[in-house]
Design a protein around this ligand. Structure first.
Ligand SMILES: [Zn+2]
Ligand SMILES: [Zn+2]
Length: 274
């Protein structure tokens, strides 16, 4: 089995409207790409902050600029297609009850949990650069993985998306001085204590870091902790569906991963990888 659950039907540009992208024709483009890539399970997971309902959770300036669409209409549209229904939900520390209410109001097949912001600072967003805000790269990494640990322990999510997103910029941001495994450990303890799957994401290959998420050492620690893994591309266009899956599946096997998580109505089962 190959899956692609972390998929966006449209680019991140605010002008990319649901009317233009939430169409049967666009879905068919993604399904065709999935067939070509041998992806048997295809789901979509739009960013929560594109929906008005997200402002019930948080009111970051970036969210206020983006939150325009109707979440119920999105869910209804996806249910009118053969796609699995997911969402990419940011973890916002202290807002767990609000996140839970939003998620419970819809019948998702799975929920991806992402850490894109540390307080007001963006990990993968130039405009709110967390390195400028926090200064010390070790503080950024420490804060990132402690927040990821909180996200795992919250029990709100089925999958931890792009689990070491903090490395996204590669050498365009200062590296931490401590061995990264020191920071991974914080998250891995929480992953071991929870039942959340860890996403292997090929999106990192398209970013400045040019690596899979997670790092091999992080993946090994998650495996030792008994974590299940999922596989996704974080596609924002049809051409990204199943991106670089051939070599990625080989790498996953080398790491010792032989099963992949499959989701339906927030129930997980494991299927043989490949
Ligand atoms: Zn993301
Ligand atoms: Zn995404």
């Amino acid at each position: 089995m190959l899956t692609d659950y972390h998929v966006h039907l449209r680019p991140d540009a605010p002008a990319a409207s649901p009317d233009a992208y939430f169409t049967q024709e666009n879905v068919e483009r993604y399904r065709e790409a999935a067939r070509e890539a041998g992806v048997g399970e295809l789901g979509v997971s739009e960013h929560v902050y594109r929906f008005e309902a997200a402002l019930d959770v948080w009111d970051h300036e970036f969210w206020r600029q983006n939150a325009r669409d109707d979440l119920a209409a999105y869910c209804e549209f996806v249910r009118s297609t053969p796609l699995r229904l997911g969402i990419e939900m940011d973890f916002v520390s202290g807002r767990e009850d609000r996140i839970s209410s939003l998620l419970e109001a819809h019948d998702f097949d799975y929920v991806l949990g992402s850490v894109h912001f540390l307080a007001e600072g963006g990990v993968d967003h130039d405009g709110y650069d967390v390195w400028e805000r926090l200064g010390d790269p070790d503080r950024v990494w420490d804060r990132y993985f402690r927040t990821l640990a909180e996200a795992a322990r919250s029990g709100l999510f089925d999958v931890l998306a792009h689990p070491d997103l903090v490395k996204i910029w590669g050498n365009r941001r200062p590296a931490p001085t401590r061995d990264p495994r020191f920071y991974y450990e914080t998250a891995v303890e929480a992953i071991a204590d929870s039942d959340v799957a860890v996403e292997v994401s090929t999106a990192g290959l398209r970013k400045p870091v040019a690596e899979l998420y997670p790092d091999p050492a992080f993946a090994e620690m998650c495996l030792d902790a008994g974590a299940p893994f999922s596989l996704s591309s974080d596609a924002h266009e049809p051409g990204h569906v199943g991106y670089e899956y051939g070599p990625t599946v080989e790498t996953m096997r080398e790491w010792g991963i032989d099963e992949v998580a499959v989701f339906e109505r927030r129930q997980r089962r494991m299927e043989p990888l490949g």
